[in-house]
Design a protein around this ligand. Structure first.
Ligand code: M6R
Length: 616
C-alpha cells in the first residue's frame, strides 16, 4: 500500500528519499513522486507512473537540491495510476505540497465546497482536497501551517497519514496521522528528522523513533525539538523509543527474491519465535501474556479470532489447536466482515487479532469494535510497535523479522507457532491437556525447525516438478483437518504471485461440486499425510485419479500408497498432526514461487497487491 518517506535536516534530501522509497517498494505501488524545497527556496515536484526508477528518470537532470523533502509511492484507490494522480499534490497557489496514505471518505463534499470558493482540481484523487483545504484555511485565517493542518483535519472523515511542506516555510515540515501508520526517526542531536510509513527506511540512519498516534499533528523544524499536538491543540509529549532491528533482514542476502529468502529463513524464524518461550529442558512453555491474564483466559467461554488473508488461514489452524487442547469454542472471522456485522460478544469472550503488518485497517477496526463491546483483545503481531500491537490489550509478537515479500510466508509459520504455544500453555493451565500429551507436543515442536530444514532440501525437486504446470490456468488444493487451512494458504500463494486461478478445499467437499472441474488439464495438490484422515484423503485422491486429474501429492516420508497413484510426489518428515502445517505449507510456498518465477513475474511485488492493507 502507499508509502511515505520524508526528511528535514542537514543532508541532501533526495538520496534519502529515493533510498527510502526503494525500501518501501515491498508494500506495493503503481506510481511515485517527490517534492523538495531547493537551496534557493523553490518547491520542486517530480512524479511518474510506474516504479521508483521511473521517478528517478523523471528527475534526472532537474533540480533535486535541498535538505527538506518528502516522497511517496501510491497504490491507486481513487483514480487510475498516472503521474497526475501520483502524490505529492500541490495547492492552488503552488506553494504547498502534500502526500497522503489512507482514504478521505468525505472528499466529495469538501471538494464541492472548495470549488464554490474558486479552487480547481487537477487529479481524480481524494487526497487533493486536503492540500487545497489546508491552503484555504491557512490563507483565510492567516495561520501557521501547523494550525491550518490541525483545523483541516478536524473537518475530515477517513484515514490518513500526511506530510505537508510549504515553500514559504522552508525550515519546517508538518505531519499527522489517523488509522494509517507514521513513524518519525530522530537523527543527529535530536534535530534532524526522518519520517516514514514504517521503520524500514529509517533504521539505517537512526534507531530513535517516535510512533505518531491517531489524531496527532507533528511539527518538525530543522535544528529544533519535535513538537506534537492533538487535534484539540493540547501538547503531547513525544515518546521516543529505541528500535532493535537487523539491517540484514531488509537485504536479499544473495537470494534472487525476498520471498525465497523468507521461505528459507523459516527454520531460524521459528527458532527465534520459540526462544525463551519453550524451556526445552523442563519441557515447558512460558508465554507472558498467558501468565499475566491467566484468570481471564482460563475462564474464557469463547475465543473469536479476527484476521485477513494469510493471517486468517493461520487463525483457522489456531481454532483447531485451541479447541483440541483447551476445549474452548473458537470462531474465526474475516475482520472485514466482523467489523460491520454487529457481532455478539459476551462477557467472558476473548478476541485474538492476528496480523503480520500490524496495520491492516479491517483488523484494526475489528479490534476497536471488540474492545468497545468489552472484549479483551490479544494480539499476535509481527511488526513491533505497529498500530495493532498498540491497540490490543495484550499479546505475543511472532518475532520473525520484517517480511518484505508481499506473499506472506515466514509470518504464517510464525503465527502458527505462536498459536501452538498459546494453545499448549493454555491447555496445560486449564488441565484440558494431559501432561504426557503436552510434553510430547512440546518436545516435537522443539524439533520442528530441523524438520523444516529437511523440507527445504527438496526445493530443487519442487522446482523441477513444477515445470509442467507453468502455464496451466487453474489449480485445486485439497487438505483435511489441520491441513485444510494449508490447502487454502497454498492456493492463495499461487494466486497472488503467479496469477493462476486456484481453489483450496477440504478434500471431502470436492465431491459436492468442484469435482466437476477435474479433467486431464487440472492439477490437484493433495496433502495426504500419515494422520487419522489419511485413508479418507486417499479415497479423495482416487476420485481425482478416476477423472484423469494430475495429482501432486504431499506425503509423509516412507509413504508407499499415495506415492504410487500420484503424478508427482513431495515428501515431508513425519510429525504430529497438529504440527504438520508448519511443514506442509513450505512445499506449497515453494511450488507457487517456482511457477511464478518461470512465468517471469515480479514475485516480491505482485500486481495490484499491497503488503500492508491500510485501507478497508
Ligand atoms: O499484515 P496482515 O497479516 O494483517 O495482512 C493480512 C493480509 O493482507 C495478508 O495476509 C495477505 O493476504 C498476504 N498478501 C498473503 O500473502
Amino acid at each position: 500500500m502507499c508509502g511515505i518517506v520524508g526528511y528535514i535536516g542537514y543532508k541532501e534530501a533526495f538520496p534519502v528519499l529515493m533510498n527510502g522509497l526503494r525500501r518501501l517498494e515491498y508494500r506495493g505501488y503503481d506510481s511515485a513522486g517527490c517534492a523538495l524545497i531547493s537551496q534557493d527556496g523553490k518547491l520542486n515536484v517530480y512524479k511518474a507512473k510506474g516504479k521508483v526508477a521511473d521517478l528517478e528518470q523523471e528527475a534526472l537532470g532537474q533540480d533535486v537540491s535541498g535538505t527538506l523533502g518528502m516522497s511517496h509511492t501510491r497504490w491507486a484507490t481513487h483514480g487510475e495510476p498516472s503521474a497526475v494522480n501520483a502524490h505529492p499534490h500541490i495547492s492552488q497557489s503552488g506553494r504547498l505540497a502534500l502526500v497522503h496514505n489512507g482514504i478521505i471518505e468525505n472528499y466529495v463534499s469538501i471538494r464541492e465546497s472548495l470549488i464554490k470558493k474558486g479552487y480547481e482540481f487537477k487529479s481524480e484523487t481524494d487526497t487533493e482536497v486536503l492540500v487545497q483545504l489546508i491552503e484555504y484555511i491557512k490563507n483565510t485565517y492567516r495561520t501557521s501551517l501547523l494550525k491550518a493542518v490541525r483545523i483541516a483535519l478536524t473537518k475530515v472523515i477517513g484515514a490518513y497519514a500526511i506530510v505537508v511542506v510549504d515553500q514559504d516555510h522552508p525550515h519546517e515540515m508538518v505531519a499527522a496521522r489517523k488509522s494509517s501508520p507514521l513513524v518519525i526517526g530522530i537523527g543527529e542531536e535530536n534535530k534532524e528528522f526522518f519520517l516514514a510509513s514504517d521503520a524500514t527506511p529509517i533504521m539505517e540512519y537512526t534507531r530513535k523513533v517516535v510512533y505518531v498516534n491517531d489524531e496527532e499533528v507533528v511539527l518538525m523544524k530543522r535544528g529544533e525539538e519535535i513538537k506534537i499536538v492533538n487535534l484539540a491543540n493540547d501538547n503531547v509529549n513525544p515518546e521516543i523509543q529505541q528500535i532493535e532491528a537487523d539491517m540484514g533482514v531488509v537485504e536479499k542476502d544473495g537470494y534472487p527474491h525476498f520471498m525465497l529468502k523468507e521461505i528459507f529463513s523459516q527454520p531460524d524464524c521459528v527458532r527465534e519465535c520459540m526462544r525463551g518461550r519453550i524451556l526445552a529442558k523442563e519441557k515447558r512453555i512460558v508465554l507472558s501474556a498467558i501468565v499475566n491474564h491467566k484468570e481471564l483466559l482460563v475462564n474464557a467461554s469463547r475465543i473469536i479470532i479476527v484476521a485477513c488473508g494469510t493471517s486468517w488461514h493461520a487463525g483457522l489452524i489456531g481454532k483447531q489447536l485451541i479447541e483440541q487442547m483447551c476445549r474452548i469454542p473458537v470462531d474465526v472471522e474475516y475482520a472485514s466482515e466482523f467489523r460491520y456485522r454487529n457481532p455478539v460478544i459476551n462477557k467472558g469472550d476473548v478476541v485474538i487479532a492476528i496480523s503480520q503488518s500490524g496495520e491492516t485497517a479491517d483488523t484494526l477496526a475489528a479490534i476497536g469494535l471488540a474492545r468497545s463491546m468489552g472484549a479483551t483483545v490479544f494480539g499476535i503481531v509481527n511488526a513491533v510497535g505497529s498500530s495493532i500491537a498498540r491497540a490490543t490489550d495484550t499479546g505475543t509478537y511472532i518475532h520473525v523479522g520484517p517480511e518484505i515479500g508481499v506473499a506472506s510466508t515466514k509470518a504464517f509459520t510464525g503465527q502458527v507457532t505462536v498459536l501452538t504455544l498459546f494453545a499448549l500453555a493454555l491447555g496445560r493451565e486449564k488441565g484440558t491437556l494431559s501432561r504426557e500429551e503436552y510434553e510430547e507436543i512440546v518436545a516435537e515442536l522443539y524439533q520442528i525447525p530441523d524438520k523444516m530444514q529437511k523440507v527445504l532440501e527438496s526445493a530443487s525437486h519442487i522446482e523441477e516438478l513444477s515445470k509442467p504446470y507453468t502455464y496451466v490456468r487453474n489449480f485445486i488444493y485439497l487438505g483435511r483437518g489441520f491441513n485444510y487451512p494449508v490447502a487454502l494458504e497454498g492456493a492463495l500463494k499461487l494466486k497472488e504471485i503467479s496469477y493462476i486461478h486456484a481453489e483450496g478445499y477440504p478434500a471431502a467437499e470436492m465431491k459436492h461440486g468442484p469435482i466437476a472441474l477435474i479433467d486431464s488439464e487440472m492439477p490437484v495438490v493433495c496433502i495426504a499425510l500419515h494422520h487419522q484422515l489419511y485413508q479418507k484423503v486417499l479415497s479423495n485422491i482416487q476420485e481425482v485419479k478416476a477423472r484423469n486429474g494430475k495429482i501432486i501429492a504431499l506425503v509423509t516420508e516412507g509413504d508407499d500408497t499415495v506415492s504410487k497413484i500420484a503424478d508427482s510426489v513431495i515428501t515431508i518428515p513425519a510429525t504430529l498432526s497438529c504440527l504438520s502445517p508448519l511443514l506442509s505449507c513450505i512445499p506449497l510456498q515453494l511450488l507457487a514461487y517456482y511457477v511464478a518465477v518461470r512465468r517471469g513475474l515480479n514475485v516480491d511485488q505482485p500486481r495490484n497487491l499491497a503488503k500492508s492493507v491500510t485501507v478497508e
